[in-house]
Design a protein around this ligand. Sequence first.
Ligand code: GYE
Length: 321
Amino acid sequence: MRKSVFAVLAALLLCLSACREAPVQESDNFDELIVVGFSQVGAESDWRAANTKSMQEAFTEANGYRLIFDDAQQKQERQINAIRSFIQQDVDYIVLAPTTELGWDTVLKEAQNAGIPVIIIDRMIEVEDESLFTCWIGSDFRREGDRAVEWLEERFGEEPVNIIHLQGNIGSSAQIGRTNGLDEGLSRNSNWNLVARDSGEFTQAKAQELMRHYIDLDFNVIYAENDNMAYGAIDVLKEEGLTPGQEVIVVSFDASRRGLVLTLAGDISFNVECNPLHGPRVSAIISRLEAGETPTKFTYVPEMTFSSETITQNIIDLRAY
Ligand code: GYE
């Protein structure tokens, strides 16, 4: 028995060393691939899933890349570890979708010392020295918040507006911009009142939990900082026999496909688009860098808004995410 195990092992070893010496076509190509380490926030939302997919589809071997993907499960320490491991592996580029804005100076200095360019996508970072990253591409979250507020002002006029505010992860640009927009709306409209505010961490489950807690309060608006939290809020409203779009107006962000389906159904009254399709954009940035060009430092992607009154099935059918 033992002997035959050894025989199999020996055969395997022989085969392995033979494989190694053989001039395999693929391993030659492998050396030419551009290696990209991508540190992703997590998998908290539809937006995030679409963003991951867009990156994975852009950075394929067929397109000349090897992608090392890391999911940080919404933890900044994990992202810092991932970046350190990318540096150790001597990747060609690091792409970071940061959890929060602060706390990146040290690790990005390490990447800079190793000569690895860092591209930031989605949320922003705040660092003392902006040469620590090559460029950023993402959304204007403050403008998104302002657009939701402007719509609410039009919709309610002088009527009382009692708002439950479901925030994203505290300290992320998406939360900061959308919250600042609402705060401005609250300060300029004396008929607006903040009934409750807490972080639903951009997830459906956490938003459900918060809404079950708030359901007996007196409110007529839910300002959900992403679609997934809107889904959670709508679940609870329906459980309680309330009709979103009538007794309670839900506004949301992302305008993902599912979010738009709920907008067409009238459950979400107003949805501000946030575009997650950064894969081809980052790949275009890398091509420019490879050609020795300097990409634009900050790029905001164009975005739209959708209301339950103007959206059509056709818009949903054409949706790429
Ligand atoms: O709105 C939310 C996600 O940073 C833009 O993060 C992103 C936000 C997005 O979890 O759904």
